[in-house]
Design a protein around this ligand. Structure first.
Ligand code: AHG
Ligand code: MN
Ligand code: MN
Length: 336
């Protein structure tokens, strides 16, 4: 009998390889000639930190780590004990990776220089260790946001080194500690989603190349602030009310943006009376999320319609008004 080539698997039999985050990143890195594996080491550190934080978050009452630390962070916000713990976990795990020159966190006033000059690594990592932490009290989803930037050893100051526009990000992602633990990442070649299988301790690929719908009649905003929004945002809300829109707002950016990535819609944090420049931080909240949203086919702009990732930051904790999500829904906000 002639050889008819490779046999088809019987219907319903899954033959795709199981892919862990680690093997996925190694595969990605192998595409670049001369890659040293340093980038993979950083992602493996982020993934380890995420597993430790996920464990803490899931036992926050039993381990008595709920509640206030008694300090105020650089944003003037109450620090919760879990904010401090998540920050320490990331600093410790990432601090040991020799390819990282600078680490910057929402919880620390200044970036931390780990290595300088000839010892300096190739990369800088900025992060929001625990986004939405005030939701921990009520067991609602919280997350970790991170971005990886290139280090330029010729720039002496750490702040100047990390003040790069979002368009220069090497990679960005978030971990959502929700009903399951989800890891979403982009290295500029699409957006990929992994889910933590706690029994084997690995993040496993569940969705390659996520694409967000171009439209979906859902907006996500803290509408209680609407009286203090600039007029165009109030016009948009009236228009949305008259046009059959639904509202969804969790109050954890990671959870709200994750839903927007998966289902479509628009997520906004406009200027408010209390936060005239918006509340969200450009470098470690807005930029990483914008990179993911754009890579999934969406749009991210500031209140004046400029592309978020084109803004040249001046300081580590700079805030920015934000509109991000499905292409047509962002356009509807800008056209209001
Ligand atoms: P963080 O917990 O890191 O300080 O961030 C909280 C942020 C963000 O997660 C969310 O989108 C926003 O605060 C919610 O703000 P409001 O409570 O003002 O709506
Ligand atoms: Mn945050
Ligand atoms: Mn935070």
């Amino acid at each position: 009998m002639p050889d008819s080539g490779p046999k088809q698997a019987p219907r319903g039999v899954v033959t795709d390889n199981l892919v862990s985050l680690q093997s996925f990143i190694l595969e990605e890195e192998a595409r670049y000639p001369g890659a040293t594996g340093e980038f993979s080491w950083i992602i493996s550190a982020v993934s380890l930190a995420a597993k430790i934080i996920a464990h803490k978050v899931r036992h926050v009452r039993l381990q008595e780590v709920l509640g206030e630390q008694g300090d105020v962070n650089v944003q003037g916000e109450e620090q919760l004990r879990m904010d401090v713990i998540a920050n320490e976990v990331i600093m410790r795990v990432l601090g040991g990776r020799s390819s990282i020159a600078v680490l910057g966190s929402e919880e620390d006033e200044e970036p931390t220089i780990l290595r300088r000059g000839r010892d300096g690594g190739k990369y800088c990592v900025l992060f929001d260790p625990l986004d939405g932490s005030s939701n921990l009290d009520t067991a609602v989803g919280v997350g970790t946001i991170f971005t990886i930037l290139r280090n330029d050893p010729s720039i002496p100051g750490a702040v100047e080194t990390v003040c790069q526009p979002g368009s220069k990000q090497v990679a960005a992602g978030y971990v959502l500690y929700g009903s399951s633990t989800i890891f979403v990442i982009t290295t500029g070649r699409g957006v990929h989603m992994f889910e933590l299988d706690a029994s084997i301790g690995s993040f496993m690929l569940v969705k390659r190349d996520m694409r967000m719908p171009a439209r979906k009649k859902v907006y996500s905003v803290n509408e209680a602030n609407a009286d203090g929004f600039p007029e165009p945002f109030r016009r948009y809300l009236s228009w949305a009310h008259a046009n059959g829109y639904s509202s969804r707002y969790i109050g954890s950016m990671v959870a709200d943006v994750h839903r927007t990535l998966v289902n479509g819609g628009v997520f906004l944090y406009p200027p408010t009376a209390k936060h005239p420049h918006g509340k969200l931080r450009l470098l470690y909240e807005a930029n990483p999320m914008s990179f993911l949203v754009e890579q999934a086919g969406g749009t991210s702009v500031t209140a004046d319609g400029r592309r978020t990732m084109d803004i040249v930051p001046r300081e580590l904790h700079e805030r920015v008004p934000l509109v991000m999500g499905s292409r047509d829904e962002v356009a509807a906000v800008l056209n209001a």
